[in-house]
Design a protein around this ligand. Structure first.
Ligand code: GLU
Length: 285
């Protein structure tokens, strides 16, 4: 099978060395195999993403020496496609509208004492799953904003029982999507969630090898469930350790990780920045 990888940043800030590490990991995996490397801008969350950061991404990657295949896909330009995927899940009775505010959920979780936590935070207590259909319809008709949640129990009942994913170097790992509870697949202010869009696009774009940071390895359990529910193909996964600073903390903009742009403006050469990103021996495009 041809190797197709991708780098899929969210433009919530300028790219930093951690992004360079992720991009180079995917780029090298594709180029070594004579495959394809795609660039996708995950800008679905307009409350956090900014167009000027999106515009800087291709420029910073090109400066770093990376080339990508085909057009750059921007998720914000494809909302109807994500809507169609949500509609397919809804038609199978696997979604329900959730009207709860964050504060209401936090109160319920606090009242429950020891609410279980999943990779995305405390598990949703299921309040809106139990709403009678007439109540749901009335709230929607009244214009109350709502998120769409996956009914995890219903989804697990129709999905294959022995879901797993292939992690390069580790073999097949058993999936436990229930750890997410009733995951949000569309938010009130954002028409589709990261989990839905990333699995949709990896399938649509024929990505065969997903390389990304280890922080996203737990998300793969939910992504495999969505792939199974929506008849999307299963890529292989290779999660890489995150770059850390001298104190061992993962690089993040909020902790002052220098942007690629600032390193470039400070006069560093691309090869020096690639070395700082953990790819010293890299020969360039
Ligand atoms: N857009 C995600 C991020 O910037 C990465 C998505 C992925 O690689 O699956 O964290």
């Amino acid at each position: 099978m041809p190797v197709v990888t991708r780098f899929a940043p969210s433009p919530t800030g300028l790219l930093h060395l951690g992004h360079a590490h992720a991009a180079l990991t995917a780029w090298i995996a594709a180029r070594r195999a004579g495959g394809q490397f795609l660039l996708r801008i995950e800008d679905i969350d307009t409350t956090r993403c900014r167009p000027e950061f999106a515009a800087a991404i291709p420029d910073d990657l090109a400066w770093l020496g990376l080339t990508w295949d085909g057009p750059v896909r921007s998720q914000s330009a494809h909302l109807p496609e994500y809507r169609a995927a949500l509609d397919r899940l809804a038609a199978r009775g696997l979604l329900y509208p959730c009207f709860c505010t964050r504060a209401e959920i936090a109160r319920e979780v606090a009242a429950a004492g020891q609410a279980p936590h999943g990779p995305d935070g405390p598990l949703y207590p299921g309040t809106c799953r139990r709403l009678p259909p007439a109540e749901r319809a009335a709230r929607i008709a009244a214009g109350t904003p709502y998120a769409l949640r996956l009914d995890m129990a219903a989804a697990l009942a129709v999905a294959p029982r022995d879901l797993s994913f292939e992690e390069v170097g580790e073999g097949r790992l058993r999936c436990d999507p229930a750890q997410f509870g009733d995951a949000v697949l569309a938010r009130k202010e954002v028409p589709a969630s990261y989990h839905l869009c990333v699995t949709h696009d990896d399938a649509l774009q024929g990505v065969t090898l997903v390389t990304r940071g280890l922080d996203l390895k737990p998300a793969t359990h939910l992504h495999r469930l969505l792939q199974a529910l929506l008849d999307w193909p299963e890529p292989r996964y290779a999660h890489h350790p995150l770059l850390t600073d001298a104190a061992g903390r993962r690089l993040a903009k909020r902790d002052g990780a220098p942007s690629l742009r600032s390193l470039r403006e400070a006069g560093l050469r691309p090869e020096a920045v690639r070395a700082m990103a953990g790819f010293g021996g890299f020969a360039g495009a």
